[in-house]
Design a protein around this ligand. Structure first.
Ligand SMILES: [Fe+2]
Length: 268
């Protein structure tokens, strides 16, 4: 399995504070069968703006420490970029780190409460010059709960979605868990991330989340989002043939219609 979103690098953002936290986190991931992890580093203008060279230097330290500890986890790096104006230009200038060998993928997050007016045009702008946006944990973004047509349109626009495992396990509350389940059931999620910022309190997050994904989306789908798709991203390959088609269930249509008319309520 491949974790495409984990704050494993120490001392660069609000993730692991030291290598003493990175090592048990990496050991935990390996113990659950995670073979590759993309260590994501926040990029938020004015808050986190770590130079690319510093990220690479820290990655080298972590790789060395994992090798010394005989932890079998292959680690790569990328930014988790807060959506902002000028993002596409920064990508063009290679000031942000994309995912995978060719950096053809960019992990972009929205705040939980609002989506800026330029968000979707910025994502589409990225696709125009060959970068595939991956929306980080869309299930945690409340405005998207009311905008299912937008989420569904990502499939045809070539935009990917990454689920936080904790969302499916209820770590962010019932409302987010339900939307996470809905997205998995309808095959609207493409990649998985633990989004851990340090060693976890429990050692079975991946196992429990994987079981739920199998139950909600089927075994083939679980394998695609945990292994096949992220491996293609890791290799910098072409993922088009691997992206599952969203399910067009009757429940989806009724659910979409109800949400459009009534909006999202806490009872859902
Ligand atoms: Fe994150």
């Amino acid at each position: 399995m491949i974790d495409v979103h984990v704050h494993l690098l120490p001392g660069l953002d609000d993730g692991c504070s030291s290598i003493e936290e990175s090592i048990p986190l990496a050991r935990y991931l390996a113990s659950e069968g995670v073979t590759h992890a993309i260590a994501t580093v926040h990029h938020m203008p004015g808050i986190y703006d770590v130079p690319v060279a510093a990220v690479h230097a820290t990655l080298a330290e972590v790789r060395q420490a994992l090798s010394a500890e005989s932890i079998a986890l292959d680690v790569g790096v990328a930014n988790e970029v807060m959506i902002h104006q000028g993002l596409a230009e920064r990508v063009k200038r290679q000031e942000l780190l994309g995912l995978g060998a060719e950096q053809r993928y960019l992990l972009v997050e929205f705040s939980g409460r609002e989506i800026p007016w330029f968000a979707f045009t910025t994502l589409e702008h990225l696709t125009e010059f060959g970068v595939t946006p991956i929306v980080a944990h869309p299930e945690r973004c409340y405005p998207l709960h009311r905008d299912l047509m937008e989420v569904r349109s990502w499939y045809s626009k070539g935009i990917l979605a990454q689920l936080d495992l904790g969302s499916l396990l209820g770590l962010h509350g019932g409302r987010i868990r339900k939307f996470a389940e809905f997205m998995v059931r309808n095959h609207l999620i493409h990649l998985l991330g633990s989004d851990l910022h340090g060693p976890p309190a429990r050692g079975d997050m991946w196992t429990r989340a994987y079981r739920r994904i199998v139950r909600l989306g089927g075994e083939e789908y679980a394998r695609a989002v945990s292994e096949e798709l992220p491996r293609a991203v890791w290799d910098g390959g072409d993922i088009a043939r691997l992206v599952p088609t969203p399910r067009q269930s009757k429940a989806f249509s009724l659910f979409s219609m109800a949400r459009s008319i009534l909006g999202y309520t806490a009872r859902e």
